[in-house]
Design a protein around this ligand. Structure first.
Ligand code: C2E
Ligand code: CA
Ligand code: CA
Length: 399
């Protein structure tokens, strides 16, 4: 089995300890006490999501390891462990910042089992952001577009924004639409986000992507969607966009020049943990709210968002991930977790959207649990704006 947790510490007892805690959470950990072995061992485990790293080791110190990780574009998290030499810690921070490594809060030795358990349970072990460099050696991700293909498509305007309806569960009416972008290949064929969003994020093209999506949304609104009445439009933004202090103003300017009002725009963000790690993250969320935009936390329940983080942030809406919705009919534990999520979300004043609803039975369960908004193939797939208008016209007689 391939490991998700890696521990490098010249005191073997720390490796053993963390590995034990990981095992209690059904995770596989590898540890080594020899920094010289690090690279070879690390390369054997492409699914590593978190690395516990001792800063003070003989021969090769933690800083050098960070440099190696940066060269590998390691996309997992790093937890530094040390007796806290402030200067070394500062160097590590600067290095990590410059090289795009994700440093979590350091832990000082000796630490408790509970502390390690807490850190591990806050990790997203299910998502697919693999230790990419290592993977690419053995298994090229041919389905992903290259940087150039994504850039060319965006710059040449080869993209389309599709819209998926969101239905108010109580009234059965159109409550909003989510904008979902597709690229077009040279023959006009659709390319779905699983082949290019990652690429755009990796090569820092999310700003360009967002401006393309927004111009697609504005155009669709002016030509088609505004005739559908009063509803919200959700847009997806990458956590990376929240690194840019101009983001709220830029978004505001774009919207001001269209017929849209900020209060009708819902900004969806996925990675609450990433937001907290970005210095400007919370600041930007707060300023988006001040400008009248709404905020939604996407993919809730996948591990990238935890409720304790959400409480600190000014969200209006929570989207329960499809992976929960899919299991509602067959798994009573999923039902009880989902019910808790909905109740807790409501207690925090959030509207609850369920994503990926494909059948009526699932929708009825969610409705019974108090879920506010339904999104999924049951009501409609993502479609071009003109098709959404047709969908809307056909739908009214069925109400
Ligand atoms: P997401 O935000 O979670 O979007 C929902 C995804 O679930 C969409 O996939 C949608 O087509 C799909 N979906 C909705 N209902 C159902 C259903 O009933 N059954 C099934 N099987 N699938 C359903 P899509 O369009 O492929 O988008 C995938 C992801 O790509 C999105 O996940 C979002 O994270 C990202 N994405 C899409 N557009 C953008 C964008 O403009 N900007 C950014 N940054 N990310 C985007
Ligand atoms: Ca979304
Ligand atoms: Ca989602």
């Amino acid at each position: 089995m391939t490991a998700q947790v890696f521990i490098l510490d010249d005191e073997i007892s720390y490796g053993e300890l963390i590995a034990e805690v990981a095992e209690m959470q059904d995770l596989v950990a590898v540890y080594t006490d020899n920094p010289m072995d690090f690279e070879v061992t690390f390369n054997k485990h492409p699914m590593i999501k978190i690395l516990f790293l001792d800063l003070n080791m003989p021969k090769l110190d933690g800083i050098e390891i960070l440099r190696i990780l940066a060269e590998k574009n390691f996309s997992g998290n790093v937890v530094l462990m040390s007796g806290f030499d402030a200067a070394v810690l500062e160097t590590a921070r600067v290095l990590a910042d410059e090289s795009g490594l994700n440093l979590l809060d350091p832990i000082s030795k000796p630490f408790s089992l509970q502390k390690v358990a807490e850190i591990l349970s806050n990790q997203d072990f299910d998502s697919l952001n693999l230790n990419e460099n290592v993977v690419s050696l053995s298994e090229p991700k041919s389905q992903l577009l290259s940087r150039k293909e994504v850039l060319d498509a965006l710059q040449e305007g080869r993209y389309e924004v599709h819209f998926q309806p969101q239905i108010c569960m109580l009234k059965g009416e159109l409550n909003g639409v989510e904008s979902l972008v597709r690229l077009l290949d040279k023959d006009g064929g659709l390319i779905y986000p699983d082949r290019f969003i990652q690429v755009a994020e990796k090569y820092h093209m999310t700003k360009l992507l967002l401006s393309c999506v927004l111009s697609g949304v504005v155009e669709a609104y002016i030509n088609h969607l505004r005739f559908l009445g009063d509803f919200t439009i959700s847009i997806n933004v990458s956590a990376l966009d929240l690194d840019d202090l101009n983001f709220p103003d830029n978004l505001n300017n774009l919207v001001q020049n269209s017929l849209l009002s900020p209060s009708k725009i819902i900004v969806e963000v996925t990675e609450s943990k990433a937001i907290l790690q970005i210095k400007t993250g919370l600041d930007i969320l707060a300023r988006l709210r001040l400008k009248g935009f709404q905020l939604s936390i996407d993919d809730f329940g996948t591990g990238s968002a935890v409720l304790s983080n959400i409480k600190k942030m000014p969200f209006n809406e929570l989207k329960i991930d499809k992976s929960f919705v899919d299991r509602l009919l067959v798994d009573y534990r999923t039902r009880s977790i989902t019910q808790d999520l909905i109740s807790m979300g409501h207690n925090l004043g959030l509207k609850i959207v369920a994503e990926g609803i494909e059948d009526r039975e699932t929708e009825l369960i969610l409705k019974g649990m108090g879920c506010d908004i339904a999104q999924g193939y049951l009501h409609g797939k993502p479609m071009p704006a003109a098709d959404l208008v047709e969908w809307f016209k056909k739908r009214i007689p069925h109400k």
